[in-house]
Design a protein around this ligand. Structure first.
Ligand SMILES: *Cc1c(COP(=O)(O)O)cnc(C)c1O
Length: 362
């Protein structure tokens, strides 16, 4: 048996043919930059997220960074975020010059609104909640706090495209929603891509400038910025991939539901079994996670230790932002993500389950 954590090969022959046709069309059109597919993709993403605008970018990191810049967040401002996320979140905040402030998570891996409230100061300008592993944060509470203190909310929805809360889509709650479509995400390109959705006309215009070196259509440079555009080829392939997304999410939910049912009496399964979660990762908690990961590896199952180091404890940050997050630390020490991808069969999932059970009954 060999069950990889992710399998990035395009194995669906129908999908592969459609992707190749989409690429072929872009190559023969010569519209390699800002082709019509970019606009079509942006329009589709805005519609799906119930927002007026979407701006395609080169990555999810760029999406968060440029959105904060677009909202004039920088030196002297504080931005509240979670300690438990992929380091991209913290890098994007820090590179604006703003001061990150951390609020510990809950046992569901997402930021705890109560801790956000405690972290607000007169300098706080924005909250960046991360919908970790495909589950939307408690946006009702977060929006209430933001309103009370007059703060922006910029959702890091990089892992949660397609997820919902109270039937509203991830990315639709805040002032802006930021997505990554890198190859590891559930809605993925075959290279780097990202997008921001928002109702704010001014922010949309500013993002279009910021993604193009701060220039107005390659003319006058208004502010120093990076080159952060989305490629036409990626937009074209994403438009194809979008049609396969529901099926992919459905499959992930099915496997997550199966894991949950079979494993919840043996280990902690904090993600539960819900119709609004997209399960980019399915993580269990156990104090023996290193041993379990090794055991599974010996059986050909690739489980993944994600985020073993909290963001503020990385080398680049720990001298400046030392932060004790008791819940986040407990999760970081015990999390193990089991393979959950759409090419897995239920027999594969069953093999994973039996081996987790074997480990604990050894
Ligand atoms: C992937 C990811 C990002 C960054 O996206 P890239 O496209 O890789 O730059 C940001 N935040 C989170 C939570 C992510 O998982």
């Amino acid at each position: 048996m060999n069950i990889p954590y992710r399998d990035l090969r395009v194995k669906d022959e129908g999908l592969r043919q459609k992707l190749l046709q989409a690429v072929e069309k872009v190559l023969s059109s010569g519209r390699i930059m800002f082709g019509p597919e970019v606009e079509e993709f942006e329009k589709k993403m805005a519609d799906l997220c119930c927002k007026k605008h979407a701006v395609g970018l080169g990555s999810g990191t760029m999406a968060i960074y440029l959105t904060l810049r677009g909202l004039d967040i920088g030196p002297g401002d504080e931005v509240i975020t979670t300690p438990l996320s992929w380091i991209a979140t913290l890098n994007a905040i820090t590179l604006t010059g703003a001061q990150p402030v951390f609020a510990d998570v809950d046992m569901d891996f997402n930021i705890n609104p109560g801790r956000i409230e405690e972290a607000v100061t007169s300098k706080t300008k924005c909250i960046v909640p991360v919908h970790l592993m495909g589950k939307v944060c408690d946006m009702e509470q977060i929006l209430k706090i933001a309103e009370k203190h007059n703060l922006y909310v910029v959702e890091d929805a990089a892992q949660a495209f397609g997820a919902r809360m109270n039937d509203a889509p991830a990315g639709s709650f805040g002032h802006a929603g930021c997505f990554s479509m890198n190859p590891m995400k559930i809605f993925c390109a075959y290279g780097e891509a990202g997008i921001v959705v928002t109702d704010d006309d001014k922010l949309c215009e500013k993002l279009k400038t910021l993604r193009y070196l701060g220039t107005l259509n390659r003319g006058d440079c208004q502010y120093p910025s990076f080159n952060g555009k989305i490629d036409t080829i990626h937009a074209a392939m994403l438009l194809i991939n979008l049609k396969y997304l529901d099926k992919r999410i459905e499959r992930g939910r099915e496997i997550a539901g199966y894991y949950n049912k079979e494993l919840k009496d043996i280990v902690t399964c904090p993600q539960g079994d819900g119709p609004e979660h997209v399960y980019l990762s399915y993580a269990i908690l156990t104090p023996e996670r290193n041993e379990l990961a090794e055991f599974l590896q010996s059986k050909g199952i690739e489980a993944k230790i994600q985020y073993p180091v909290l963001m503020p404890n990385h080398s680049a940050y720990r001298k400046k932002y030392a932060f004790h997050a008791p819940v986040g630390q407990c999760l970081a020490d015990q999390m193990l993500s089991l393979p959950n991808q759409d090419y897995m069969s239920m027999e594969d999932a069953s093999f994973v389950i039996s081996n987790v059970k074997n480990f604990f009954s050894r």
